[in-house]
Each structure stands twice: as C-alpha cells, then as structure tokens.
Write a protein that binds this ligand. Structure first.
Ligand SMILES: NC(=O)c1ccc[n+]([C@@H]2O[C@H](COP(=O)([O-])OP(=O)(O)OC[C@H]3O[C@@H](n4cnc5c(N)ncnc54)[C@H](OP(=O)(O)O)[C@@H]3O)[C@@H](O)[C@H]2O)c1
Length: 240
C-alpha cells in the first residue's frame, strides 16, 4: 500500500495487500493501481505475492456464485463446467470448504489436477456431452461458458440453481423470469476478500502459478493466451 485516501480505515501505508481492481477502471497491469478498500484484503504472510495475485477475480467470482447466489450448504451436490480454470478451480475449493460434493468437467490432460482438488467425478468435456449425464445437482456452475441455459437447468435437482459467469443481455432478462438462472458479475466485498485471505492462509485455497513474466513481456503473454496457449495454472506479470 503506497498511499491511502481519506476515509480509509482498513489499511495503512506499508500494508501488503491483494485483491482486484475495478473492472470499469482497469489498470491492474501497472506498477500502481487505485482500488476501493472494499476490493482489497491483507495478504497473509504465508502466501506469496504471486499466489495472492491469483486469488482476486477468480476467488471473488466463485464466492459470488456459490455463497451469495446459491447459498451453498454442506452436503449439496455441485457440478462445475470448466473445473480446472481460474474460476472453476476456486469454485471447486470453496465448494469443498463448504462441505459440498463436487463433480466437474475439464480436458483429459487436467483430469489428475481436478482429482487432486477433490473433484470426485471428472468428465472429459471432449468425450462427454455433459447435458446427457444422468446425475442431478443442487448447483451447476458454468465457468467455461459452453453450456446452454436449457442444458444447465436440465441438470438441476428441485430447488437447484444454475450459475452463469458469461452472461448476455438475453440471459439477464431470462433470469428475471426464471429464478433458477443466476447470471454473475464479479462483485468484491471486504468479507469475501477476508474469506479468501483466511482460506489461503489455512492452505485451503491455492491457485497454481504456471508462469511469471516481467512487465515488458505482458503483451506477448496475453497475445499467446488469446491465441489458445494453455497453461497449467495462472500467469503472473511481475512489476519492476
Ligand atoms: N462474470 C464475471 O464477473 C466473470 C469473472 C471472471 C471470469 N469471467 C469469465 O469466465 C470465463 C472463465 O474464466 P476463467 O478465468 O476461469 O478462465 P480459464 O482459466 O481460461 O478457464 C476456462 C476453463 O474452461 C475449460 N473449458 C474450455 N472449453 C470447455 C468445454 N467445452 N467444456 C468445459 N470446460 C471447458 C478450460 O479447460 P482446458 O484449459 O482444459 O481446455 C479451462 O479450464 C471467461 O470467459 C471469463 O471472461 C467472468
């Protein structure tokens, strides 16, 4: 923390923090960024800056879905479409922390990683049409954005919810009429950030860092990711 504005009570200059920038303002890929204090938490001493940098947006989005929208309870059954991506991996760990049973889909190469995360039933999305599986769930969390709303809703148990983080205007309108459909827009709060920090400190929430590059290589990295380069975890841009 290099400076605090008037009214800031949670932080002081010199604190090590992590979190998220405001999506509308952007600017997180810089040596300094202005963020509201609700978007930040103290970085636990046992968590590196690189690991903490992975937690913000994926962790907040996963929390928004499972806790805020689905009110996930112990014993619930959760299906995560894309369970080894940033949001999916966060959602899987948070769901397990809350005592849920987690199934998920990913590519065959990521099956072992999903199993290590405690995903009990792993579906290869290239060989399984997830909408055809026989199982039914209290929560279906589509992180990959590859499901149709009809398929998601079709996989629900009575009272279940379908969480969608790739919402379109049409889905927002549909959600007004069908309360099972919950579009999500990543929304940070102090209690979420503090929960993520606690979970990371307890070793219950970790996203693997696949690669760290200096700022001057950031554009090449983003271009490669846009062109389909796959990483086994998050890419970090380190600041000079
Ligand atoms: N609404 C919001 O506020 C919000 C917040 C965060 C992210 N998002 C959006 O959510 C999406 C996911 O974000 P992320 O950070 O988790 O991305 P990510 O780390 O790239 O993860 C995407 C995952 O989807 C998997 N996948 C690809 N095709 C699939 C398919 N056909 N079926 C099932 N899984 C498939 C990928 O698996 P493989 O790598 O094994 O192919 C990967 O693990 C992005 O579109 C992002 O823009 C929205």
């Amino acid at each position: 923390m290099i400076s605090v504005g008037p009214g800031v009570t949670r932080f002081k200059v010199g604190d090590a923090v992590f979190g998220s920038a405001k999506i509308k303002n952007g600017g997180a890929l810089g040596e300094a960024v202005i963020a509201p204090e609700t978007f930040l938490a103290r970085k636990p001493g046992s968590v590196s800056f690189e690991e903490a940098a992975c937690l913000g947006t994926p962790g907040i989005t996963a929390w928004n879905g499972l806790v805020d929208k689905a009110n996930l309870q112990a014993g619930a059954k959760v299906l995560i479409n894309g369970c080894t991506g940033g949001v999916g991996e966060s959602a899987g760990q948070i769901a397990r922390m809350l005592g849920a049973e987690v199934s998920g889909s990913c590519s065959a190469q990521q099956k072992g990683r999903a199993e290590q995360l405690g995903v009990t039933q792993v579906y290869d999305y290239r060989t399984t049409d997830i909408s055809k599986i026989a199982d039914r769930f209290d929560v279906v969390y589509d992180t990959a954005g590859t499901m149709t709303v009809a398929a998601g809703l079709g996989l629900l148990r009575k009272g279940g919810v379908y969480l969608d983080i790739n919402p379109t205007p049409g889905k927002f309108i549909r959600a007004v009429f069908d309360r099972r459909l919950k579009p999500i827009v990543c929304t940070a709060r102090n209690d979420i950030l503090d929960g993520l920090a606690r979970s990371a400190s307890d070793g219950k929430l970790r996203l693997p860092v696949a690669l760290t590059v200096p700022l001057e290589n950031a554009i090449a990295l983003v271009t490669a990711l846009e062109q389909g380069r796959k990483l086994n975890g998050k890419a970090i841009v380190s600041m000079p």
